[in-house]
Design a protein around this ligand. Sequence first.
Ligand SMILES: Cc1cc2nc3c(=O)[nH]c(=O)nc-3n(C[C@H](O)[C@H](O)[C@H](O)COP(=O)(O)OP(=O)(O)OC[C@H]3O[C@@H](n4cnc5c(N)ncnc54)[C@H](O)[C@@H]3O)c2cc1C
Length: 949
Amino acid sequence: MLSGRFRGSIKSYWSVGYGAKSLSSRDVLDQHETLSGCLSTLPKKAKVVICGGGVMGAAVAYHLARRGWGDKTILIEKERVGSGSRWHASGLVGAFKPSLAQVKLAQSSIRLLQDLEARGRPTGWKQCGSLLLARTRDRMTVYRRMKSQSVSWGIQCELVTPKRCQEIWPMLNVDDILGGLWIPGDGVGDPHLLCMSLMREAVENGVGVMEDCAVTSVLSKHDKVCGVETDHGAIECEYFVNCAGFWARQVGQLAKPQVKVPLLPCEHYYLHTKKIDNLDPMTPVVRDPDGYIYLRERDGCILAGGFEPVAKPVYEEEIGSALQRCVAEDWDHFHILLQELLKRVPSLNQAVLHKLCNGLEAFSPDCKWIVGEAPEKLHPATCEDKEEGTSKTKNKEKNLIVGAFECLNGLLMSLHDCDQCEILQMFNYHVAAGMKTVGISAAGGVAEATADEIIDGYTKYDMYELDINRFLGLHNNKRFLRDRVKEVPGVHYGLPYPFHEFETGRNLRLSPIYPTLREKGAVFGQVMGYERPTWFEPVEEEKVNPQEPRPFKIAYTKTFGKPHWFETVQREYWACREAVGLADYSSFTKIDIQSQGREVVDLLQYLCSNNVDVPIGSIIHTGMQNERGGYENDCSLARISENHYMMIAPTIQQTRCKVWLKRHLPRNGCVTLSDVTSMYTAICVMGPFTRNLLSELTDTDLTPSNFPFFTFKELDVGLANGIRAMNLTHTGELGYVLYIPNEFALHVYNRLMTVGEKYGITHVGYYASRSLRVEKFFAFWGQDLDTMTTPLECGRTWRVKFDKDIPFIGREALLRQREEGIRRQYVQLLLTDHDHEMDLWSWGGESIYRDGNYCGQTTTTSYGYTFKKQVCLGFVQNFDKEGNPQPVTNEYVLSGHYEIDIAGIRYAAKVNLHSPNLPTKYPDKERDVYQATRRLHEPEKFLGRHYQP
Ligand SMILES: Cc1cc2nc3c(=O)[nH]c(=O)nc-3n(C[C@H](O)[C@H](O)[C@H](O)COP(=O)(O)OP(=O)(O)OC[C@H]3O[C@@H](n4cnc5c(N)ncnc54)[C@H](O)[C@@H]3O)c2cc1C
């Protein structure tokens, strides 16, 4: 129940005091500071047009101006600058974020706040520190992990006792508190003040600001943004930045082609008390995530809000203006937070309430910011060439890429040439939106990255996890968003257990064998909307009602120690090592790339760091590097015929790697690209008996002399044909990945299961595959590799065609690095004194110590069922006394004594530079010689002439 007095106070305030004098002018929706120097007419031309004069748009304008593009930039705001953020007043600013990229961006934002304040520009920045409270042991573990990560992230923090928590915040009730984390560098800011200060400085440095002007359309020509239409006329431009915050999704729809910015608003509540006597203005921020709440001091009052587990979504088109974004309060919905607030600060019961604010803020489906250049492409029917007044279909010869036809939200593309369709990019359309309720922490850093991307073409940090290209069309489906965003705000304060899964928006992308796998006990995780088995629960054969499908089960871990699925995954792991495991790999990105002549070979030679001009039937594992040598993509390419390759790339790359490819396709349309992800079901069979099994189902001779390791063949399997079979696995085990036309998938699966019975065939989920690949020291893009990591740093120098005089993107950078030496090295670390039953596990992101000094961080980790040890993959560096990274050599790596810090306890670790050979009952020459990381032997000698690294 609500506290009668508190609720009474609020009610009485609402009924009696609604028009009363407010405590802060910034709360008053109809008052605002004005920005002088705004434009009265819209110029005809600019280089960059920013849409939205909230804190994000202001920060982008500021950073572009700082880099000398001020007089080339126009910011357009449909109301008044800062109107969107006038009342967003919680103002919490914290450096800790869930990932390194987000931490770096937040730290850059804090530096900007400090810098502006130091120069007399008000931002509301107050470094009052923040205190995180723990009610549970798991929450304390999270703080211990954060404390251990803080070394690598450069955040000062301290674990504190409940008593110390109360000293820091005397009003707190700490009866149920186990401890906390004190972060002295955190603070508070004011988005409106920050926005106005950034805007003023931007205007002083040449940025033109047009208020009361709404963007109505964004136009493109020859694949690039070419202009913007507004209700005050049109403006030509080369770059467009969508900073429309709350309305970014709608503004995306104004573009031709439409740009998908998947976000949807939710209600967000906080309340203000009236003034509280003697409240110290430097009172720290308190976050009590187990109670979903936060509190801070503001203008002598308490401001308190929270992130309830189930939020209330709103449709953005129903909210026309900033004023309407402050919607009526819903006390019943706020109840859960109010209860917790009163429990944590009982004296609030005596406070007089000023008001409850219900502000709306937009969230993306994965609770991350949306940043980067949009991936959209154009359908000619929607693209009018304004200047020439013609449809672009008429200009097809000029700029079509024939044959690639994308439909169904980008999931299906036909293989045939299609003259109705074309792929045209919408280059130079940038997005900086989805800032959710941490916009001030984001603004400075995200804007700096946006300005860098526009001017330099790349950002200083790897940002793929925030990249707008992480989405597919399905993520922008409004019903999907409406369901999903209910869960999203709660993620802020939820316990960040490993392998978090959302519960909404599920059962969306399903492989043809999904119903069968579900019946067989699959427990699912979702990736790019795809349901992927994570492990298989044992199922009792008899169901009460055989007609009823088995319940849909979502994977969960909910511990930082030994997970409940340990034994299940162990069983699957051993099936892959000693019998046959069958896994559904359908979610992997599959793209056919082909041409009439040799053009596809030339293109791929330019895009790939490995040599792709290999015999037909070979499979090449290669990176696609950027100019800096980092991985834009890591893929397998099967040469299907002279001028036809099939590319297999990570699931999360389905949009992103296509954008990279399309960006480099020849303009004359001679190379075609078809996304066949949704056309093929991928079944991987792993284990020593897979050759025997598959041989029973096909007439093709599968012996190594006819079908060697790392080669491709089209097979008949069972009664089906046209199955693209690759002799490789992503886990280092002997086996095949079968890419099966969807209509044959169930048939092939059934045959494999029936014949496989005598070989002990077992369903295998993603977690077992992960354990296998970590133990085998296989790097994965998006987990170990990113746009900043080079092949030389991760033990793949031998996969770079340095010995061939063939230009490729990144070659110069890699040659330079080879000359100068690497400054970080990918290693495998086996924990030698860790008890997997009793100790907390490593889950990635742990600090690595060498001879007692911090030297790097883990990326992916797993329990290794053969080693019977925790296995960590990660990067080791060599810092000098000033903390600057120095060259790293094998000798340096091997001469150190290593420890991994797991939540404050350091475990000794043995370092490996090479993929280890795991002991096995069934040694296999092919498999054992293959090294995913670094070359030990001369594999060609063992693997035959077909073998290409
Ligand atoms: C209740 C609440 C509490 C919050 N608390 C915090 C906090 O504690 N810490 C924190 O860091 N953040 C907090 N935030 C979030 C933060 O305020 C926002 O993330 C940030 O203000 C968003 O800024 P923005 O510039 O992206 O979007 P907005 O402020 O929404 O600005 C977008 C602008 O685009 C304009 N626009 C839209 N469409 C068009 C068009 N067609 N043409 C021209 N202009 C257009 C709009 O008028 C608007 O001015 C909170 C937000 C809310 C709602």
